[in-house]
Every structure is written in structure tokens, then in C-alpha cells.
Design a protein around this ligand. Structure first.
Ligand code: AR6
Length: 178
């Protein structure tokens, strides 16, 4: 299932398992240790294989809002950009800014590696408890800002990946309001 934003070249919304996407980079919603976990992080580590954990061990963690890059190993994607979203604590602890910073950090790492297609899960919207619609608004506005500022002219493709019909509907609703 795929939706394109008419006024935003290079953007698509898909409902899929991110580990199966044939893109240059997928984003992992990791934790500060970068040593794996549940949710999309667990799925990525399982699909990429044990070499991923070895590379992650050498990185030595990642602060919230920042991102680190590794190879994709057994994934179709050549790269994995690991970012650490904020844990939702009610909204008064800089969660919105930290989540926005995750997207910015991923785009900046992707640009440095010449990555032209990048797929994002809904960072922080699972185990970290960020309200889905609020997370989705931040995700889409960061994607839009990136594509408008630099992605479109460089031919970069940005894919928002939903893992449930509820998330897909939420993204579509927010997209229609952008
Ligand atoms: N493909 C695409 N999206 C997925 C997949 C998948 N295979 N699996 C889950 N999602 P979460 P967080 C969606 O919990 O909230 C981990 O244990 C999921 O439906 O994976 O940032 C880490 O190690 C949700 O919409 O990440 C951290 O400790 C979104 O991905 C912690 O969870 C994010 O859910 C990070 O929590």
C-alpha cells in the first residue's frame, strides 16, 4: 500500500515491514545502548544478523536525538541509521524537540553518506510511548522540510513506514492537513 504526496516529490507513505524494504538506508528506532531491543530494533537486528550487533558494540551508544550509521549486513538496505527517540514523559521534557532532532540527525548522516533513499519507522511511537498523532506530525513536518530544502533537488526519496493500519490512517490524516 503506497501513497504519494502530490506536492512533495520524493515522498511516499507505505505500510510494510521496514526490514524488507529495498532502499539505501532504513532508520532504526533504537535505545541509548544501540545493543538491540524489541519492536523495530529487534526486527532489524534479527534480519540483519549478528554482525550488526558486533558493529554496534564498537560504536559505544548514542545520546537521545542523535544518530549513528552502520552497514545493513543481511538486509536489502545497505545502511542502517540508528537513532534514539525520546521516551514520552508527558510532553514537558523537550520530547517534541528531541524527536524532531532525531529526524534531522538521520537526514544529515544520510546526506554525508550520499544516501538517496531513506525509510523511517514511527520513531518513539511504540515502546517509548509518544502519542502517535503527535509523533506523526513531527515526523511528517521534518520530512517535508527536508524535501523542500534539499531533498527534491538532490533526488532523495523519503519513505514513511507504518506497521499497522491505525498508524497508516494517522499518517494519511496528518498528510491531508499538511
Ligand atoms: N517495520 C516497521 N515499523 C515497525 C516494525 C517493523 N518491522 N516493528 C515495529 N514497528 P518501537 P520506540 C513500529 O517500539 O517507540 C526498542 O526496544 C511500531 O509499530 O519499535 O522508538 C528499542 O530498543 C511503532 O509504530 O520504537 C528501544 O528500547 C514504531 O515502529 C525502544 O523499543 C516504533 O516502535 C524504542 O521505542
Amino acid at each position: 500500500m503506497k501513497t504519494y504526496l502530490r506536492n512533495l516529490d520524493g515522498f511516499s507513505l507505505v505500510m510494510a515491514d521496514i526490514t524488507r524494504l529495498d532502499v539505501q538506508a532504513i532508520v532504526n528506532a533504537a535505545n541509548n545502548t544501540l545493543l538491540g531491543g524489541g519492536g523495530v530494533d529487534g526486527a532489524i537486528h534479527r534480519a540483519a544478523g549478528p554482525e550488526l550487533l558486533e558493529e554496534c558494540r564498537c560504536i559505544g551508544g548514542c545520546p537521545t536525538g542523535e544518530a549513528r550509521i552502520t552497514r545493513g549486513y543481511r538486509l536489502p538496505a545497505g545502511w542502517i541509521i540508528h537513532t534514539v527517540g525520546p521516551i514520552w514523559r508527558g510532553g514537558g521534557f523537550g520530547e517534541d524537540e528531541l524527536l524532531a532532532r532525531c529526524y534531522k540527525s538521520c537526514f544529515s548522516l544520510a546526506a554525508r553518506h550520499g544516501i538517496r533513499s531513506i525509510a523511517f519507522p514511527a520513531i518513539s511511537a511504540g515502546a517509548y510511548g509518544f502519542p502517535l498523532e503527535r509523533a506523526c506530525r513531527i515526523a511528517l513536518s521534518e520530512m517535508k522540510a527536508f524535501l523542500e530544502e534539499e531533498g527534491e533537488e538532490n533526488g532523495v526519496e523519503v519513505i514513511a513506514v507504518c506497521y499497522s493500519p491505525a498508524a497508516y490512517q494517522c499518517y494519511q490524516k496528518v498528510l491531508s492537513e499538511l
